[in-house]
Design a protein around this ligand. Structure first.
Ligand code: TRP
Length: 477
């Protein structure tokens, strides 16, 4: 047990997990992916994957944290011992730490853009601006390494401050203020969107299911997104699970997290597309949807500058509550393993991720082309880091599913889940078969994007890795 802390309230894990899950993924990525992939059909696949794959793996990951009551790396080490499985499963912890570090590095840079836009909105700089001006403004931001570094630094430092203050005074209190405020702001923006925008067009765009609209690529992106949005496969949920009350229900909590996360994505989508349709703008703008299309919509609306500012504060808050959950697993590991103080551990993690983030910063300007990353992988450093996390995240999820469903002593798993046998068997079927199958499917999307000789190398590594691990699976129920 290692004297690990537990959240102050039974419900705090839910708050923390929702804080982690609701982030740029819901407000920025989900709307633009939906926009690019034709709306309703994308959402249908997204929701199905959340339900059949996301929730079971969320339950598994939380359970791994709660039974071990340690940081992901130490916790996995502990479980491999107590359940007498191969030490190789410890790699779940290491993979998670690596993904958390990589994601934090670019997450903070993108969240920094929201900081810039909060400022632009609240100072009224964009009032009445036309499309050319607004998109030139976004390009100018991307072209400025200095400005981007400044915002990146502010954002990551603030997140570090919260985690550095500890799980009670920092994370819990921070979330207790931030999360309710975020929900209020979201509702305000929705109401504003309904009044000033075209909510009918938005609703019919989001909720008309026409499966023919969906390409295979879109199908796979929907599955990948459902993974990303629940913060799965990288130890963040495991780290928070380690502080979860033993009395809280794993299954009910996981369902609640998934439900709230999905609801936020839908409400955000409804609000954003109401504004976009209301202003007669394009839905398929890609990543620029939030930073170009939306500011354009606000530029011409009554109180647009104010509501736009409030909207970007929402984006910032959601990003902070996610980024603290990226810092926590690594910081907790450094504290446990090397006896550091929490501020020391947080500093090390954050300074390293900050430096790594500079690679993302320059990927949009001075290193936009002609670097070693382009030569080796045919993409910028940022795109390469993102690709790595797109591989690590499902890989982590896959291994968590296999570990929980096959390797752990199943009688103990059932005790920890605390459900009846039917639910247990349903859950286990999903993590044993459905999850791994679905995740492997998502993988196939990622691999062919890697150019040149990297394809066979990565592919072979992957096959060998999965094979080696499965050789060591131990059935014990
Ligand atoms: N779920 C977060 C979002 O929707 C993004 C994310 C993915 C994340 N994995 C994570 C956040 C791990 C924290 C921890 O924006």
């Amino acid at each position: 047990m290692s004297g690990h802390n537990v959240w102050t309230h039974k419900g705090t894990f839910l708050l923390a997990a929702v804080g982690s899950a609701v982030g740029l993924g819901n407000l920025w990525r989900f709307p633009y992916l939906t926009g690019e992939n034709g709306g309703g059909a994308f959402i249908l696949i997204y929701a199905l994957t959340i339900f059949a794959v996301g929730i079971p793996i969320l339950i598994a990951e939380t359970m791994l944290g709660r039974t071990s009551r340690q940081s992901p790396i130490m916790g996995m080490r502990h479980l491999t011992k107590t359940h007498k499985t191969s030490r190789a499963w410890e790699s779940i912890g290491w993979l998670g730490a690596a993904s958390a570090f990589l994601i934090l590095s670019f997450y903070s840079v993108i969240a920094g853009w929201a900081l810039h836009y909060t400022w632009l909105m609240l100072t009224g700089s964009l009032v009445g601006a036309d499309a050319a001006t607004i998109s030139a403004g976004f390009d100018a931001l991307l072209a400025s390494p200095g400005l981007m570094t400044l915002y990146h630094t502010l954002f990551i430092a603030f997140s570090a401050l919260i985690v550095g203050m500890g799980i009670h005074k920092g994370i819990e209190s921070g979330l207790r203020i931030m999360m309710p405020a975020l929900f209020v702001i979201l509702i305000v923006v929705l109401i504003y969107g309904v009044i000033n925008g075209d909510v009918r067009a938005a609703a019919s765009f989001l909720f008309t299911f026409n499966i023919a609209d969906l390409s295979l690529e879109g199908w796979l992106q929907a599955m990948g997104q459902s993974f990303f949005t629940l913060s799965l496969g990288m130890g963040a949920i495991m780290a928070y699970g380690a502080y979860m009350s033993s009395e809280a229900s794993l299954t009910r909590t996981a369902i609640a997290v998934a439900f709230v996360d999905t609801a936020v994505a839908m409400v955000a989508g409804l609000a954003i597309f109401s504004l976009v349709f209301g202003a007669g703008l394009e839905t398929g703008q890609g990543p620029g949807l939030m930073f170009v299309t939306l500011p354009l919509a606000f530029a011409d609306m009554p109180f647009g500058a104010l509501v736009g500012g409030v909207f970007f504060i929402l984006v910032l808050g959601a990003a902070i509550s996610s980024s603290i959950s990226l810092i926590e697993p690594v910081a907790a590991f450094l504290v446990e393993r090397f006896d550091m103080t929490r501020p020391q551990a947080v500093t090390i993690m954050v300074v390293a991720a900050w430096a790594m983030g500079l690679l993302t910063v320059v990927s949009f300007n001075i290193w936009a082309e002609g670097t070693i990353f382009h030569a080796l992988f045919g993409r910028s450093a940022f795109e390469f880091i993102e690709l790595l996390t797109n591989i690590f995240m499902p890989l982590g999820g896959l291994m968590i599913a296999l570990f929980a469903g096959w390797a752990l002593t199943q009688s103990e798993v059932m005790k920890e889940l605390g459900t009846n046998i039917t639910w247990f068997k349903t859950w286990r079927f999903l993590v044993r078969f459905v999850g791994p199958a679905a995740v492997s499917f998502v993988f196939l999307r990622t691999i062919p994007q890697v150019e040149g000789y990297v394809v066979p190398t990565l592919g072979a590594l992957l096959i060998v890795g999965v094979f080696a691990l499965s050789q060591r699976l131990r059935k014990s129920a």
